[in-house]
Design a protein around this ligand. Structure first.
Ligand SMILES: Cc1ncc(COP(=O)(O)O)c(C=O)c1O
Length: 441
């Protein structure tokens, strides 16, 4: 939308009449950039006006209200359609309102929603068995979010350490990691912005550079209190960072040698997203602890912490819990997700589709010198630019495309696993045009 027209539309929404512009705001004029700043001001003003003072403003929201979703598409209040290349931050892997998931939710909701973990829950046992079978892990604990699953992992590490007589059990965590917003998980997160203001951070964590095996070796050799390594197989929030192919294998070896737990945060990478059900399956290893959430419920809040080997017996009755964790409704929903992933071969599809999108983006963006790298693991796709590009998110929104920018200069795509080839081509076409327009500015 031309800058003048955009300003008039946003202002009109709030009953403001903008005088007929006297300036020429075509892209080559000196007033163009000032007008874009004004346009951005209106967008953020509109976003503020779209919410209510009754909400704690923890999110800087984009100026859009969605009312409906189907597959890879969302519809806003005005009926405009958006191609969702973010899947609710990697959550709706089966797309919005998948019929099998909707059916499971409605059927279970009409039978039994919640009983608590004071009693046996058949659907919870069934989900635990299915997840253990798929993952090679031995046992599952259910909760409601990724952060809560990681809290469980960190508590397991401490139990493991105390069992060995270590007074201050210490977990190695990574630079640029993201593990959640609770106090323990924000302490484990390697991003000062997430931590600022919430000090003192939790004790018992030490940080290493990501994808640096030597650094981990050095820390472990010099610190006998190390009891575990907590790491994402691919860093999503941290900038779509993909480590060397054998990184997890090396960490597995180090943990075995030093009797430490290998704890993988697969909150974002799990549930088929990277082209294996869990990303560690690409490496043919088994962690001691794996956490997941996001894609497991396709939008219904459910998280899981799976354990094997040394971590299998650490939690005992009374040592951990969650009122809502593993409810009949949550577990029925997750079982429908697993059934659909399996029935429609969507994990394999994530691998193929990711490769297809990567190949096209890589070819089409190769000429642009500000495009530093396109990278992907299945359907976790990142395009790193040489300059900050947060502005692209709003530009894309205007064009009916939902994307995200992380680490300031990395465009992140987490499209649903059900995306068709035609939708993938539309995504690629829209995005490459946007990137070219943005870089030519
Ligand atoms: C790798 C990873 N771990 C943990 C979390 C936190 O999950 P939640 O927001 O469900 O608490 C996220 C969320 O983005 C994540 O990407």
């Amino acid at each position: 939308m031309a800058a003048n027209a955009a300003i008039s539309v946003f202002a009109a929404d709030y009953g403001i009449t903008v005088p007929k512009p006297t300036l020429d705001l075509s892209p080559k004029t000196k007033h163009f950039h000032r007008s874009r700043a004004l346009q951005r001001y209106f967008i953020s003003w509109k976003a503020i006006k779209m919410t209510t003072d009754a909400l704690i403003p923890t999110y800087a929201r984009l100026p859009v209200h969605f009312t409906k979703g189907k597959g890879a598409w969302l519809t806003d209040k005005e009926g405009k359609k958006y191609l969702d290349a973010m899947s609710g931050i990697g959550v709706c892997g089966l797309g919005h309102c998948h019929p099998s998931v909707t059916q499971a939710i409605t059927e279970q909701a009409s039978q039994l929603v919640h009983t608590s973990n004071l009693y046996h829950i058949d659907k919870q046992s069934e989900l635990a068995e299915r997840l253990c079978h798929i993952s090679g892990m031995s046992r599952a604990f259910f909760c409601n979010s990724g952060a809560e699953a990681n809290e469980a992992a960190i508590k397991l590490a401490r139990l493991h350490g105390h069992k060995k007589g270590i007074e201050v059990p210490t977990v190695i965590v990574m630079e640029n990691a993201f593990h959640g917003r609770t106090l323990a998980t924000l302490s484990a997160t390697g991003n000062r912005k997430v931590q600022a203001g919430f000090e003192p951070l939790m004790k018992g964590l030490t940080r290493a550079p990501y994808n640096d095996v030597e650094a981990i070796n050095a820390i472990i050799k010099n610190n006998p209190s190390i009891v575990a390594i907590l790491v994402e197989p691919v860093q999503g929030e941290g900038g779509l960072n993909i480590p060397a192919n054998d990184y997890l294998n090396a960490l597995r070896g180090i943990c075995d040698e030093h009797d430490c737990l290998l704890m993988l945060d697969e909150v974002q990478t799990g549930n088929g997203r990277t082209g294996a059900y869990f990303s560690y399956q690409h490496n043919k290893i088994l962690p001691d602890v794996v956490t997941t959430a996001k894609g497991l419920g396709n939008g219904f809040p459910i998280g899981a912490c799976l354990v094997a080997g040394k971590a299998k017996e650490l939690f005992q009755p009374g040592s951990h819990g969650s009122t809502y964790g593993g409810s009949p409704l949550g577990c029925a929903t997750a079982l429908a997700v697993l059934n659909t992933l399996e029935r429609d071969h969507l994990v394999k599809r994530a691998q193929e589709l990711g490769q297809r999108i990567y190949n096209s983006l890589n070819n089409q963006l190769a000429e642009l010198e500000q495009v530093k790298e396109v990278r992907h693991k299945g359907l976790m796709i990142g395009i790193e630019l040489t300059l900050p590009c947060g502005e692209l998110v709003e530009m894309a929104l205007e064009k009916g495309l939902l994307i995200n920018v992380t680490a300031g200069n990395v465009i992140r795509l987490l499209p649903p696993l059900v995306l068709s080839n035609t939708e993938a081509d539309e995504l690629i076409q829209k995005l490459t045009t946007l990137i070219s327009t943005f870089l030519l500015k």
